[in-house]
Design a protein. Sequence first.
Length: 246
Amino acid sequence: MIKFFRKIRQRLLTENKFSKYLIYAIGEIILVVIGILIALAINNWNTENQRKNELTSSLESILEEIAITHSLTTTDLKEIDSVILKTQKSLSILKTKNIDSAYQLKNTLGGLVYLQSFKFELPNTMRFIEDDNSKKLENSELKTLALKLKSEISFLDFYTNYATTQYQSLIEPYVVKNLNHAEIQNSKTSINTGQNIDYADLIKDLELSNILNLKLETDSGALRRVRELNLTLEKLEKEIRKELKK
């Protein structure tokens, strides 16, 4: 092809047809420019297509993590709701100051020794957000939800650390000293060695009342946060599916 064009140029020059040569040269330049523009367009198309494929792959992996996390949070909500109910019942019994009702604490204080972790692993989702891939999205609602999810995950991680510290520094020492852990926990893995606890003595125990209220406050806060996370996960899933349909 190059030899073909060269022969045309040489013939025009040999025949002294300068004006035709000039027109030809301009035409050749235009063809080169058009070729370059086409090559750039193809390259841009390939780049954009690759970006879309990578984005689709990332969003699909995020959907998988959302499904797993949503399942975990649904279970967590049921468990922590049950624990809060037990703690509230324990406080209600203490509030009555009724010694005859004290024995019921054996069935409600199990919530005191329950420690739930709210550490959720979403590596692909966090990587997507931290690599600023979310900024490439045109869907502003999806961007907002992704950042909100990151914030809620971090906050629940803080809650878990706080609840663990509270359990180790306040609850566990009290239980070890004043209660029969195996009896109140009623777990198949624990062995009740038969030490009897006089629950009537606990009715006026201010320390127990304070510990129960502190745990209730912590667990209630966690419950609200997990509910918010669950709602964010549902909204994020909806927006991702909308984005994938584009």
